[in-house]
Design a protein around this ligand. Structure first.
Ligand SMILES: *Cc1c(COP(=O)(O)O)cnc(C)c1O
Length: 463
């Protein structure tokens, strides 16, 4: 399987290289040259299999020859062994025709563990075989950072540096990042927004000398391997509700568009999906783009669903690439326009294509709060604010007779303040994390400035 850049000026890579480098050298994102399609009967054969077996079958075509069969099976097994639920991604009914897909049973209590734990295993295999080491840098609005740290802490061949916007992540999120004691883990609190962090990260990768000196690798949601790992739970959950014989829709609380794009890949692989519903909070660039064709960057407004507080939605570029008929020149000029101005206009043809598979909704802070309360009243279930954003939009956009699977992206205990305000109940942390508030924190504060950041990353290296 070959991977091509959405901007067309970077070399084609095999899975191994695409995973290790993350971002393409032309600033684009890697996508498979061709998405493998499953026959209906191949999907039917996956029914009743374990999460790990489905994961192997779904991801195998994407990794190509990077791993021996046994090696890949072992990586998958190790990745999900630490999850706190046997089914890995349990499905629960929470309303008429609405199911909650719980993606928060991993070590950091958010869906990002699904991809990150697997990436940790895959990186380790590949780097050991090659006798190489890398510096992983990631920008996080909260959950990616802790998931990356959990996946790589203590590994020999990897240094991890995580940038997060100072004061803009929840206390649980922050503590999950700043309390690990391993020398290969470092966190940087940047005086800026998540979009600033993400921009610095992109610029670091564009700086070839720095990139090579540090052997930078990215595991942000722009890394293809993350999208790939997230495709799996679309399959397991759809099959639990009757796919391939029954069509289902998904509603996804969306920020960087990585999670929902995995759903788009599942659909192209042959999974019968009705709608993919994009749910945004008040940072609604995607909702505005779908409604008007204008992809315009606004101010980031901090919300109670901070993991979605972004304006530039990186993975959307992958969808644009397809919507523009895989015309890399067109995508490159859109991205140039974005860089020099504040956005671009999507052509009617491309917008029409996107509208065939996607719908969207925007949810205010008040609506999020009242949805958390309403779900609790109706089903006894506590949900995190991101999940509530999804459930609110799911309620607006569900179609009769098509089951709607709403992705529950984080454990409510990661966002206890909002949940307690909405329901009067403070969601407890799982026992394995109960001492999180007592552990000492370690973090480097840095200015919102690329040169400063590069210096801090270079200087603090763990040997
Ligand atoms: C990252 C995250 C999201 C957004 O996912 P994207 O792939 O960036 O769209 C939603 N909810 C939670 C809890 C997250 O951590």
């Amino acid at each position: 399987m070959k991977y091509v850049s959405t901007r067309g000026k970077a070399p084609e890579l095999l899975f191994e290289e695409a995973m290790l480098s993350g971002l393409a050298t032309d600033g684009g994102l890697y996508v498979p040259a061709e998405v493998p399609a499953f026959e209906r009967r191949e999907i039917a054969m996956l029914q009743g299999k374990t999460y790990e077996d489905v994961a192997f079958a779904v991801m195998r075509p994407f990794v190509g020859d990077t791993f021996e069969e046994d090696e890949f099976r072992a990586a998958i097994k190790a990745a999900y062994a630490g999850f706190g639920h046997v089914s890995r991604a349990p499905l629960k009914q929470v309303g008429d025709g609405v199911w909650l897909l719980e993606l928060f049973h991993g070590p950091t209590l958010a869906f990002k563990d699904f991809a990150m734990q697997l990436i940790g295993q895959m990186f380790q295999s590949v780097l050991q075989r090659r006798g190489e080491s890398v510096t992983i840098v990631g920008a996080t609005s909260g959950d990616t950072g802790s998931a990356a740290i959990e996946a790589f802490r203590g590994l020999d061949n990897v240094d991890v540096c995580i940038l997060y916007p100072h004061g803009k992540v929840s206390e649980v999120q922050r503590r999950q990042m700043t309390t690990p004691t391993e020398a290969n883990v470092r966190t940087f609190a940047v005086e800026g927004t998540f979009d600033d962090c993400q921009r610095h990260l992109k610029d670091m990768f564009a700086d070839r000398a720095f990139r090579e000196e540090m052997r930078l690798a990215a595991v942000n949601s722009i890394n293809w391997a993350r999208v790939m790992a997230q495709v799996v739970y679309y399959f397991t959950s759809a099959m639990a509700l009757g796919a391939p014989d029954r069509k289902v829709s998904f509603c996804v609380p969306t920020g960087n568009f990585g999670d929902i794009y995995a759903g788009e890949i599942a659909r192209r692989m042959g999974l019968p999906i009705g709608r993919l519903v994009i749910a945004t909070n008040q940072n609604d660039i995607l909702h505005r783009a779908l409604a008007s064709g204008e992809y315009r960057i606004g101010e980031v407004r901090p919300s109670i669903s901070p993991s979605m507080d972004i304006q530039v939605s990186s993975n959307f570029e992958r969808l644009l690439f397809d919507a523009y008929g895989r015309d890399a020149d067109a995508v490159r000029s859109l991205m140039d326009e974005l860089r020099s101005g504040n956005g671009f206009r999507i052509t009617d043809a491309a917008l029409g294509g996107i509208g065939e598979g996607f719908v969207s909704g925007r949810v205010s802070e008040e609506e999020t709060m009242s949805r958390i309360g309403a779900v609790h009243d109706a089903s006894g279930q506590l949900v995190c604010p991101h999940t509530a954003v999804g459930l609110e939009v799911a309620d607006r956009l569900a179609e009769p007779r098509v089951p709607m699977i709403a992705l529950a992206t984080a454990d409510p205990a990661k966002f206890p303040d909002a949940v307690e305000r909405a329901t009067g109940i403070c969601p407890p942390l799982p026992i394995r994390m109960a001492d999180l508030y007592e552990r000492p924190e370690r973090v480097t504060q840095v200015e919102n400035n690329l040169a400063e950041l590069c210096r801090a990353i270079r200087e603090g290296r763990a040997a």
